[in-house]
Design a protein around this ligand. Structure first.
Ligand SMILES: C=CC1=C(C)c2cc3[nH]c(cc4nc(cc5[nH]c(cc1n2)c(C)c5CCC(=O)O)C(CCC(=O)O)=C4C)c(C)c3C=C
Ligand code: FE2
Length: 436
């Protein structure tokens, strides 16, 4: 077994050898696999279901498969999400970058350096092909999920940038401006996106940073968002996580074992869009950066907080009774009206009030420092995978924006929609079917 590399080791290896330093190899057998990264809870979750992790190592997910990782694979606790603008005008350069991203993503998810040389080997006169901050860190269940925004197909003037316009999915339109949106253009939209999730934030940040480095000259990062504390899960049998309002979030999420529900609500089907056959087996990702006015929320009585949500704060049961996973009874009458208030969140977004629609949520809490007024710049970075944004996400968001009592405590500051291609087959590059 290799010992962990330290700066002092560097003189042991001749430079420019092309030896491939593996972050993982540096740890396996070194007694340090789990050390210091707080993985215990995440591991249990990862093992609870048949997941897409590769081989015997539950900390490694496979880039290759029917669907991209990072959608139904068990939700890790940390996020770095990045949206990019494509700056090149060359389709060949764009494709070449996707090839390079594919190779790097595969390496990174295995806990290897982003490039074959690594952060501390190679020619002294050239920049390393990995930035180094993940040396010694395990793969940490890193998943990298890639999406294509509307602007990749046609620009704001309708110009077909890369000969892809006739393959643009009909549903891939920028999200509309919803009532009460207060969007920051610098936190919205983008031609490409990468969702990096991992058990260790440094691993997620390292992945985004290196993919951005590889894309230099072809793409420019438009905005990015860090998240901590998942607000939903895709696995059963684990404690439901909580959002920054203190409520259990993700109780009724679609889980990885619900194959029929995933086919109905998440994966794009073969007959969905004749122009977008390349997207079959993929999905659409709706992104919303939602600031939560937590200081004001914290001054609301417990009973009012529960009425805003429609669930109890402690156990997460519907206000109509039962336990966390009981279905709400929307007809149950209280002394002043329905026990599940007409303007409560779960009533408005429940499938029975949305034509049977469900969505796969994969959001994260965020805190980005504080505002000039002394409030936390905090909230929920909402990520949802859907088969049809027009029928699923948009009506739900509209119902919420117009009628949800919780809106008083929310401010929507970022928004984007991406088409997420299906999984990458071995030997292919991410999204290849779009370009061939
Ligand atoms: C447009 C979709 C949704 C947005 C935006 C949204 C924001 C948001 N949600 C919470 C807190 C909770 N949401 C809960 C359930 C829930 N939320 C949505 C959709 C959006 N939420 C759905 C589809 C559901 C599930 C409904 C169901 O099937 O019953 C819950 C309850 C627990 C749970 O089921 O997950 C909470 C709590 C916040 C704070 C928020 C914006 C910041
Ligand atoms: Fe919600």
């Amino acid at each position: 077994m290799r010992a962990r590399r330290t700066p002092d080791d560097e003189t042991d290896e001749p430079r420019s050898t092309g030896l491939r330093p593996s972050r993982r190899a540096a740890l396996v057998g070194g007694g340090g696999l789990l050390a210091g990264v707080g993985l215990a809870g995440g591991f249990a979750a990862g093992r609870a279901v048949a997941d897409d992790s590769t081989g015997d190592d539950p900390t490694v997910f496979d880039l290759h498969g029917t669907h991209q990782p990072g959608i139904v694979t068990p939700v890790q606790d940390r996020l770095h999400f990045a949206a990019f603008d494509v700056t090149t005008e060359s389709r060949d350069e764009l494709v070449e970058m996707l090839r390079e991203w594919t190779k790097a993503a595969d390496r990174l998810m295995h806990g290897d350096s982003a490039g074959p040389i690594g952060p501390t080997s190679g020619d002294y006169r050239t920049p390393p092909d990995d930035t180094g901050e993940a040396i010694g860190l395990p793969p940490s269940r890193l998943t990298l999920t890639f999406g294509f925004g509307p602007g990749l197909f046609t620009d704001a003037d309708g110009v077909d940038r890369f000969g892809l316009a006739d393959r643009r999915p009909a549903l891939l339109e920028p999200l509309p401006h919803f009532p009460e949106d207060a969007l920051d253009p610098e936190r919205s939209n983008g031609d490409l996106c990468i969702q990096a999730c991992a058990d260790d934030p440094q691993v997620a940040v390292h992945a985004i940073r290196n993919l951005a480095r590889i894309g230099f000259g072809t793409v420019r990062m438009r905005w990015s968002q860090l998240g901590f504390g998942k607000t939903s899960s895709t696995t059963t049998g684990e404690e439901t996580p909580r959002n920054l309002f203190g409520f259990k979030d993700g109780t009724m999420n679609i889980t990885a074992d619900e194959d029929a529900e995933l086919d109905e609500h998440v994966w794009v089907g073969p007959d969905d869009d004749p122009d977008a056959g390349w997207l079959v087996g993929g999905s659409y990702l709706a992104v919303r950066r939602i600031n939560m006015r937590i200081e004001t929320w914290d001054r609301q009585p417990l009973g009012a907080q529960e009425e805003f949500i429609g669930r109890t704060k402690g156990g997460g049961a519907p206000l109509s009774g039962g336990t966390e996973h009981s279905q709400p009874d929307f007809d149950m009458k209280g002394s002043t009206g329905p026990v599940m208030p007409e303007d409560s969140h779960v009533r408005l977004v429940h499938p029975s009030h949305n034509g049977g629609s469900r969505i796969l949520r994969r959001g994260y809490n965020f805190v980005d420092g504080s505002t000039a007024l002394g409030d936390l710049d905090a909230g929920l970075f909402f990520l949802a995978y859907v088969r049809d944004p027009d029928r699923q996400f948009i009506p739900m968001q509209n119902a919420m924006a117009k009628n949800d009592a919780m809106m008083e405590y929310l401010k929507f500051t970022g928004s984007a929609l991406f088409a997420v291609p299906p999984g990458t087959r071995k030997g292919e590059y991410i999204g290849q079917a779009l370009f061939t």
